[in-house]
Design a binder for this molecule. Structure first.
Ligand code: URA
Length: 310
């Protein structure tokens, strides 16, 4: 598409420019990564034609955003996106992995674990993450999304990764799924003063794509340390990625939900982790709210000490 240029003083040209931007927003574009637009069609035309050859995808190329299932039903795995993004994810800048320049992702995860082990407070952990360059997501995100709520609370909710609203505000669960989470918590007498909230990945993946396994493994030591330092009695894993990352189960969320898993903290203490559906999935599949309601009643009973929690 022709890059749009307009004389901003001309009201017609201005209206055209606004509708051109609206078109892109509707199409799912939500980040401009470059100063100037690129006409990729013209670049492709101008490029000398290479001989046909099978080219393996670049090892660091991200997979395209996950689509809905062919039936048109939202998949329970596809819980984080609040708005479908139809564009391929923007290319990310070259990655650096912590201090170890050129280190491989496995080394970056080791580096993250070593650094996370050294902090002794949540404030130190947040400061560590602010300076951490080992995960490429931090270069495309606007803000670190560390946590919200009360770190002294008995219950800690963990989602997958921030979306656009969270990235803009710098706090987890601020958008529509956050509003639903607030209502779900309120139904069992919780709010952000009696719960602590975070994500497995503290930076927004561009275009709301799912974080890659590599990004999750780099960020995981940090969320594990965050859980240890917050020291809740009960952890609630929202959706499949949080559940699989934190409990180690390979089960899908519809099987895993409604169960308490043992979760071992660094000091050997064991707490319980309850798996439940992600609010963004519930926004897409409201009929499943009845399952989440069952899970939240289990959570309430466990917090009240009125049931063994299983
Ligand atoms: N979805 C998540 O998993 N986390 C957020 O913070 C917001 C939406």
């Amino acid at each position: 598409m022709e890059p749009m240029t307009a004389n901003r003083a001309d009201p017609d040209a201005r209206a055209d420019l606004v509708s051109y931007l609206d078109f892109h927003v509707e199409a799912g574009v939500d980040a401009a990564l470059d100063e100037h637009p690129h006409d990729r069609f013209a670049e492709a035309e101008a490029a000398p034609r290479a001989p046909a050859a099978r080219v393996d995808p670049a090892p660091d190329r991200e997979p395209p955003p996950r689509r809905d299932t062919p039936s048109g039903q939202a998949s329970p795995l596809d819980f984080r996106r609040e708005l479908p993004s139809r564009d391929p994810p923007p290319r990310e800048p070259a990655r650096t992995y912590g201090n170890a320049a050129g280190a491989k992702p496995g080394e970056a995860a080791d580096d993250a674990r070593a650094r996370a082990a050294q902090v002794t407070t949540l404030e130190e952990l947040e400061a560590l993450l602010r300076g951490f360059e080992g995960c490429g997501l931090r270069f495309t995100a606007k803000n670190l999304v560390f946590a919200d709520g009360n770190p002294q609370a008995r219950v800690m909710f963990v989602g997958e990764a921030p979306g656009a609203d969270e990235d803009r505000i710098g706090k987890p669960f601020m958008g529509r799924s956050g509003q639903l989470l607030d209502r779900m918590m309120a139904a069992i007498g919780l709010d952000r003063s009696s719960a602590y909230i975070s994500n497995v990945v503290p930076w927004r993946p561009p275009g709301n794509r799912n974080p890659t396994p590599q990004e999750i493994s780099i960020c995981r030591p940090f969320v594990e340390r965050q859980i240890e330092l917050a020291n809740p009695d009960i952890l609630v894993c929202l959706g499949a990625p949080a559940t699989q990352t934190l409990t180690g189960t390979k089960d899908g969320i519809l099987k895993a939900r409604g169960r308490f898993y043992p979760y071992r903290l660094g000091d050997g203490r064991e707490i319980r982790a309850l798996a439940t559906l992600h609010p963004a999935y519930l926004l897409r599949q409201p009929v499943q709210k009845r399952l989440a309601w069952r899970d939240f009643r289990m959570l309430k009973s466990a917090l009240d000490g009125s049931a063994p929690g299983q």
